[in-house]
Design a protein around this ligand. Structure first.
Ligand SMILES: Cc1cc2nc3c(=O)[nH]c(=O)nc-3n(C[C@H](O)[C@H](O)[C@H](O)COP(=O)(O)O)c2cc1C
Length: 308
């Protein structure tokens, strides 16, 4: 079973990925949050993220988002100029700002784009492509438009979050549709969605023994040791999980303190670290962290984590 750390915009940037790998040292595959064209070019901050020297130790795959063949071709060309050898195609983002322009989940049922996706993958054998999808925008069987085209080419895997865009990030998971994709895909399939505990990993692995891997987003942000616990076969006691998470947090905070200017910049970069960790660190600390308006209050709030 292969494990993937799902890209999460605003969280899994290069420093986060690097220090996660440094502290937890597992063989997860990491992804950049989606990279898009702006006025026909790559944004400087996206280039900085995927070319950062912080990416050198783990597997880091850049991800692009596009709305039509023109954008797709332009992005792939620009990424080739940056000498990328692996590329993930975002065909699942549900943010209305992206889907409203025809990107992300809005691409799943776009047949002319599906043809272009197949062509670009087939024409660029020097790049190892993967694709990340949702089931569709509103109907959970929209993927049926895209899948035959992916089946006609070779990708390293197809990661599937079995929801539609309308649901955003909550609600029913269409596991029956996921199973249909798993059965019909000639390419390896990776499951993604609502994995929070080692038991969730076990449940999905036994429900779908033919998956190639599991991709975890919010579950790993809230419990960064999750995959270590799964691969070692031992659930870590809460004290060990918190102690290690605090070590990870400290390294990331040191990095931001060196890189950024001023407490407010540092606080706004580090606070999201805890966004999905309420269950892990307790409500009191979590609320205090959210409220902290300066660095001294932030440190006191973080100290509450081990006092509870
Ligand atoms: C705030 C936020 C930002 C996200 N950004 C991205 C992104 O840049 N690219 C992407 O493919 N998915 C993105 N996702 C989706 C996640 O990668 C993942 O598919 C989703 O959270 C479901 O998995 P999970 O239940 O394990 O979190 C984002 C999700 C959230 C909540």
């Amino acid at each position: 079973m292969k494990f993937h750390f799902a890209p999460v915009q605003g969280h899994t940037d290069a420093p986060y990925r690097h220090y996660h790998h440094k502290v937890y040292g597992n063989d997860l595959t990491y992804y950049t949050p989606f990279i898009r064209l702006e006025e026909g070019k790559l944004r400087k901050r996206d280039i900085k993220d995927f070319t950062s020297s912080l990416n050198s130790e783990a597997i880091n795959i850049p991800q692009i988002i596009f709305r039509d063949e023109k954008e797709l071709v332009a992005l792939v060309d620009l990424m080739k100029q940056q000498e990328v050898t692996r590329l993930d195609l975002n065909m699942g983002c549900p943010f209305p700002l992206q889907t409203g322009h025809g990107r992300g989940a809005a691409t799943v049922a776009n047949e002319s784009l599906a043809k272009a996706v197949k062509k670009i993958i087939t024409d660029n054998q020097d790049i190892n492509f993967s694709v990340k999808i949702r089931l569709g925008m509103t109907a959970p069987d929209e993927w049926q438009v895209l899948l035959p085209y992916l089946n006609d080419t070779h990708i390293s895997h197809l990661a599937v979050h079995p929801r539609v865009a309308r649901q955003q990030y909550s609600g029913e998971l269409y596991l029956d549709q996921f199973n249909d994709i798993l059965t019909q895909s000639v390419n390896p399939v990776v499951y993604n969605g609502e994995i929070h505990t080692p038991q969730d990993v076990q449940r999905i692995s036994s429900l779908f023994p033919n998956i190639e891997g599991i991709m975890v987003g919010r579950g790993l942000l809230g419990r960064p040791s999750l995959i270590n616990e799964v691969t070692s076969g031992n659930e870590w006691p809460r004290e060990k999980r918190l102690e290690t998470m605090l070590k990870f947090h400290q390294q990331l905070l040191n990095h931001y303190t060196e890189e950024l200017c001023g407490d407010s910049q540092i606080i706004s970069k580090i606070k999201p670290f805890w966004e999905y960790a309420e269950d892990e660190i307790g409500r009191k600390a979590w609320k205090a962290i959210k409220k902290a308006g300066n660095i001294a209050k932030y440190h006191s709030a973080v100290a509450l984590i081990t006092q509870q």
